[in-house]
Design a protein around this ligand. Structure first.
Ligand SMILES: *Cc1c(COP(=O)(O)O)cnc(C)c1O
Length: 371
């Protein structure tokens, strides 16, 4: 048996998505910008996907722009909005994805000021802290919807309303939450999604940009995507992404998540759940194991055909603790001992049971070696 519990990193492309994409590669080969029948056919196909995505977040099809994925989407929304603005201040949180944090850091070098909001011990941003940080010069608030490491879900409706009240634009990285959580674009000005996080292909995604907003282009080129993103669209990728959205099913992921959390916490001593108990992605389990290193647990589980994630990464003798686990106040030992298990709608109880049995053996063995 092979068990894949790293669905926050990426997901397996669904069979039906592969079929749809194969067909697109073979037949929908026109350039959407071409005016002849092969071009208009491709344009019509990707416009269908625009509608499918827009509908999921209560937006308009013309507010959806295709990108190469989550990282480009975050770069585009953040740089595009603040560079088109005269204001020079940005608000974000300390637990954002690298594609947001590093974009902000780069903008600081370009003369922008950035406020990095603290989170509480569960990884929650207090919307009041966002309100307090807003200044006359604030161009954008960018706060992720759900965190990729600990699964904590932010109250983006409340944050969005605060931004609206103060006439500040609001972007959210919804790469982890799209389809798993309800999203209403009414409260949001810009949002990022990525197909490979929901059983679509890698290298394709989309952003929602509220109609009428001033946004600078990230990629110069032709007038594709309403003149907001140059370059010929990834037609098969976009078609695959559309299929993946349609195929997504609400299922018992949450029950399986809670089952797994309960079993680990009760059957393995010296364990603690990281992140919020209830305001949490349906597929996320992040647990710190005392007296072991998450990275080592991950490698041992990998030998046993169980793929999981960690927050820390070993670089020779240095262990770099994840900025997210640091921000929620975990001590270094707990942060190093963290392991992330992320489920998919296709994960079965049998797979979870298999992973737990292997996990118990690995943690027990590693702890014995240590003492
Ligand atoms: C994966 C991820 C991204 C980056 O998406 P890519 O398509 O891999 O570039 C951004 N934000 C979050 C929260 C993610 O989980």
């Amino acid at each position: 048996m092979e068990v894949y519990l790293d669905n926050a990193a990426t997901t397996k492309v669904s069979k039906d998505v592969v079929l749809e994409m194969t067909n697109a590669l073979k037949n929908i080969y026109g350039n959407p910008s071409s005016v002849h029948f092969k071009g208009t056919e491709a344009q019509e196909e990707i416009d269908k996907v625009r509608k499918i995505i827009a509908k999921k977040i209560n937006a308009e099809a013309k507010e959806i722009i295709f990108t190469s994925g989550g990282s480009e989407g975050n770069n585009f929304c953040i740089k595009g909005i603040v560079k088109a603005s005269k204001k020079k201040h940005i608000i974000t949180s300390k637990i954002e994805h690298a594609s947001v944090l590093n974009t902000c850091k780069q903008l600081e070098l370009d003369g922008f000021k950035v406020t990095y909001i603290d989170v509480d011990k569960n990884g929650l941003v207090n919307p009041k802290d966002v309100e307090k940080a807003i200044k006359k010069d604030t161009a954008l608030v960018t706060i992720m919807h759900a965190n990729n490491e600990i699964g904590t879900i932010q109250d983006i409706e409340k944050i969005g309303k605060i931004c609206k009240k103060h006439k500040v634009l609001f972007h959210t990285d919804a790469v982890q939450s799209f389809l798993k959580e309800k999203i209403d674009a009414k409260y949001i000005d810009a949002l990022t999604i990525s197909a490979h996080k929901f059983h679509g292909p890698k290298g394709v995604g989309a952003v929602y940009l509220r109609q009428g907003m001033k946004v600078d282009k990230l990629i110069e080129g032709g007038k594709q995507e309403f003149n907001l993103r140059g370059g010929t669209q990834n037609v098969p990728g976009i078609i695959g992404m559309g299929k993946a959205v349609e195929l997504w099913k609400e299922n018992k992921m949450k029950d399986l998540r809670d089952y797994m959390i309960k079993r680990i916490l009760t059957e393995i001593p010296g364990t603690k759940l990281n992140g919020h108990k209830t305001k949490r992605l349906a597929n996320n389990i992040n647990i710190s194991f005392d007296d072991v290193e998450g990275e080592v647990v991950m490698l041992h589980l990998s030998y046993l055909n169980v793929a999981v994630g960690t927050g820390s990464a070993c670089h020779e003798k240095m262990i770099k603790v994840s900025h997210v686990l640091h921000a929620i106040g975990l001590d270094k030992k707990s942060a190093i001992g963290a392991v992330r298990f992320t489920l998919s709608p296709f994960t079965t109880k049998k797979e979870v049971d298999f992973a737990i049995e292997k996990l118990k053996t690995v943690v027990q063995t590693l702890r014995k070696v240590k003492t």
